[in-house]
Design a protein around this ligand. Structure first.
Ligand SMILES: C[S@@+](CC[C@H](N)C(=O)[O-])C[C@H]1O[C@@H](n2cnc3c(N)ncnc32)[C@H](O)[C@@H]1O
Length: 178
């Protein structure tokens, strides 16, 4: 089981980027995302309606107490904090393959305590970039391309890949945009 904990969400500033963290988590093979920081029902709502439309079992929830979430997860798996200050990802991925993992990503300033609670502080290169990019690369390294190729069961809409143009099957209508 792979879960993502998104720390420090700010309703006004982070709506899009937090939603993108959830979209990446889902598409690259995580099972769920837990939002922390300011509660934002609009983000929860948009992730759950997207999952309903495009299928799969991905879940999103809110937890104000990130400390509790991290400590509880340590009972059943490893906690990996993505930060530019961490150790190279290639030194860690092989140690945690096939384990339950909670992947922690920040927004602005991540509290020092997170660095101490994490089993691994991991960098996707030691340059600053983005939690969306860091999460995508880390999940891809951990889970490979299989999640990107799988069918999300229970879909209402599904894309038919084409070299050019757009083709979407809508379960309740017909093929659109061919
Ligand atoms: C805008 S950055 C803030 C940078 C922050 N000072 C830090 O600790 O990395 C927001 C989040 O992106 C992720 N991030 C940014 N650069 C990263 C890198 N090179 N490797 C891993 N994660 C990174 C971290 O999860 C970070 O909390």
């Amino acid at each position: 089981m792979i879960a993502v904990l998104r720390l420090g969400h700010r309703r006004n500033r982070d709506k899009r980027i937090t939603t993108h963290c959830a979209l990446v988590a889902r598409a690259f093979g995580a099972d769920k995302i837990i939002f922390s920081g300011e509660q934002d029902d609009a983000v929860l709502q948009s992730v759950s309606s997207l999952s309903k439309k495009w299928g799969g079992k991905f879940k999103a929830s809110y937890e104000s107490n990130w400390r509790k979430t991290i400590k509880a997860f340590k009972e059943k798996g490893v906690v990996v904090h993505l930060t530019m200050y961490g150790q190279p990802f290639n030194e860690v991925v092989s140690k945690i393959k096939n384990k339950n993992a909670l992947i922690v990503i920040g927004a602005e300033k991540v509290p020092r305590e997170v660095y101490d609670l994490a089993d691994y502080n991991v960098a996707i290169g030691n340059q600053p970039h983005s939690e969306v990019a860091a999460l995508a690369v880390f999940l891809y390294e951990l889970l490979g391309r299989t999640p990107l190729q799988k069918e999300f069961r229970g879909w209402q809409k599904k894309i038919v890949p084409l070299p050019r143009g757009k083709k979407v099957i809508n379960k309740f209508l017909r093929v659109i945009g061919a």
